[in-house]
Design a protein around this ligand. Structure first.
Ligand code: SF4
Length: 297
């Protein structure tokens, strides 16, 4: 059996940067200054476990009071945080180590700029995803979060100037569908002069190239295998998007979080097995899955 790893899979540069910041902080850690991370550092239990073994403790904002003025350092992960988190840390005398991905910081800045100019801000994303919570905080929650065309048509006020953004890890085809549906709905309303409609509608495709750029290569890689094992954390948004891309290309694509979830039946008669993963899947774990498949099947 030939088992290969998709060379375009694994950590994106934003995650590499975040993990490196955490590693540097842990290496320089003093006994009197603990290092924490706010929320799981990435959506991958194996990597969380590896860094926890090195002393990285995961906390929530509710722990800030307990850690106040103890010399604690708190890492903000790639997804970013709302302004309220920075304020609370400052009040508690907690040092923030900001590992927000620059792509997310840029998204927050662009959203704020439009909001400041009075636009109705629409985010195509998951309303409780950490990145979206950060963006919502930037605009004091004065935004509409939608993840389907139906929700867009139901919740967006088309009589206001509007800007549409995307969470960085959503799928582009649905984003484009939402954009085009809103555009044509506005055009219809322009014809019907009974309505006071938005004369301005902007759509900003803020889906990260680290996710969308992988789709074509993944599709090709998946089509070339008998079976694909897609490894990612169950909470990973881009994991779901990329898994669906692989599955569309090769129906014998299976999602696992750990190697123990592999069902031997999937590999019956397979001679070419491909392993791929999300932007939060560590390379070392895909290697482990590869070894596991080669040894056991
Ligand atoms: S997927 Fe893009 S936005 Fe998200 S952490 Fe990676 S580089 Fe940053």
């Amino acid at each position: 059996m030939n088992v290969s790893i998709d060379k375009f899979s694994g950590f994106c540069w934003g995650v590499v940067r975040t993990v490196q910041i955490a590693e540097d902080q842990l290496a320089a850690k003093r006994a009197d200054r603990n290092v924490y991370v706010l929320g799981h550092i990435i959506h991958n239990p194996k990597e969380i476990e590896r860094l926890a073994d090195k002393g990285l403790e995961t906390i929530t904002v509710n722990d800030f009071d307990r850690l106040a003025h103890t010399g604690a350092k708190v890492i903000i992960r790639a997804h970013g945080e709302p302004p309220a988190t920075y304020r609370k840390a400052w009040e508690c005398g907690i040092e923030i180590i900001d590992a927000t991905c620059p792509v997310v910081t840029k998204l927050q800045e662009r959203v704020r700029k439009f909001w400041d100019q009075g636009y109705q801000v629409v985010i195509f994303g998951k309303k409780d995803h950490a990145e979206v919570l950060g963006v919502r905080g930037v605009v004091r929650d004065e935004c509409v979060v939608i993840k389907t065309v139906e929700e867009a048509l139901e919740h967006i006020q088309l009589d206001r100037k509007t800007v549409l953004f995307s969470q960085t890890t959503m799928d582009r085809p649905t984003f484009l569908l939402v954009r085009d549906t809103l555009k044509s709905r506005i055009a219809e309303l322009v014809v019907d002069t009974m309505h006071d409609i938005a004369t301005e509608f902007h759509a900003k495709d803020t889906i990260c190239g680290q996710v969308s750029g992988r789709e074509a290569q993944l599709s090709k890689f998946a089509a070339d295998q008998d079976v694909v094992i897609f490894v990612a954390g169950k909470a990973s948004s881009n994991g779901k998007v990329l898994y669906n891309v692989a599955k569309a290309s090769n129906p014998k694509t299976y999602f696992v979080e750990t190697k123990e979830e592999i069902d031997p039946l999937w590999l019956t008669d397979a001679t070419k097995v491909g392993i791929s993963g999300a932007t939060s899947t560590p390379q070392w774990y895909m290697e482990e899955v590869r070894e596991f498949v080669m040894t056991n099947y």
